[in-house]
Every structure is written in C-alpha cells, then in structure tokens.
Design a protein around this ligand. Sequence first.
Ligand SMILES: [Fe+2]
Length: 185
Amino acid sequence: MKVCHMIGVDLPDGDLKESFNYTSATEDNDWPTESACPGFKTTNKDFFELCVPLHNRVLEVMAHGLNIEDPLFFVKRHAQPSRACLRSLFYPSLDDVTVKDQQVRCSEHSDYGGITMLFHQVPGLERHRVFLDGTPAERSQSRQSIVFFGNPNEEAVIDCTDNSNKYPPITCRDYLDQKYSATHQ
Ligand SMILES: [Fe+2]
C-alpha cells in the first residue's frame, strides 16, 4: 500500500494527482485510521474482491475473442490476486493548485498489466492521459476515479501468440520490474 505522486518522466513537474494503491499482498500495511477515513479500508477490500471475478470474466471473453482453445487460458495466468492492484486516484480542483507549464493531471502512458478496469465519476481519461483543458466548471471540479489493474502471475511468460518471437519472451515479474524501474528512475 502506498500513497504517492506519480512523476511524469518527460514533464517539468509531476502529475496533478494523488494516488493510493491497495494489493492483497500488502493489506497488513498501515491504513488511514477509521476515524480519519470511515469505511475506507473495508470499502477498498470489498471492492477489490468484487473486481476479481469481473476481471476474470473479461479475461474469459478475451480468450474467446482471440479464438484461444482454453477459455481459461488468461484466467489461469492471472490467478495470483496478490499481483492485482486497486488504485484510488484523486485529481484536485484546479482552483486549489498552481499549474506549471505543460503539467497535466495524468501524463501519457500505457498500462503495464493484463487488463485495466476504470471506474470514474466523470469522463476525462483520453488515450491514457488526463488533460487539463475543459470548461471553467470542469477545471474547478475535482475528479475521483478507481482503477483495478489485473496483472499476470509472476512466472507467467509473455510471448507472441504467433510464435514469431518478434518480442523476446519475458516473465511477468521481469517485465513489471523493467517498467517500474523505468517509471521511477
Ligand atoms: Fe493508465
């Protein structure tokens, strides 16, 4: 579990957002106190548990869409709930912050894992980035979203389905390590 400001590698300053990550592997870490955030822990954990079967259903549909013989091909390779992550994201009202040149709410990126499920109050994510444009009312409005990242098992091998090996096979663990170290360098 962590609270962080994600830093856009190519931007003059970090994104205008706050995030809070929850994974079942880190549930014993410190949580906000119940008095400070009533129901926060329970809601996070319950919502995570609701997301897992939905995520598995989407993976089944993907296997069907790709004509993979085993309908549980992807589900079996996403069977470690500890690899999944539920992220609460808060983008503050722009009335409350000083926006620096080229700063955005969420800089351009691609997600790392198998699938991402995004739950939000209002639209805003555009091609994996959240801009700062919009009407004055939209800029004044804070934005809250919750994202469920489904990641493959650590030992799952990612390789080309056509056996071309255009991209060398790599385990999920090594791939995620590469992406995280590049993001936080
Ligand atoms: Fe994303």
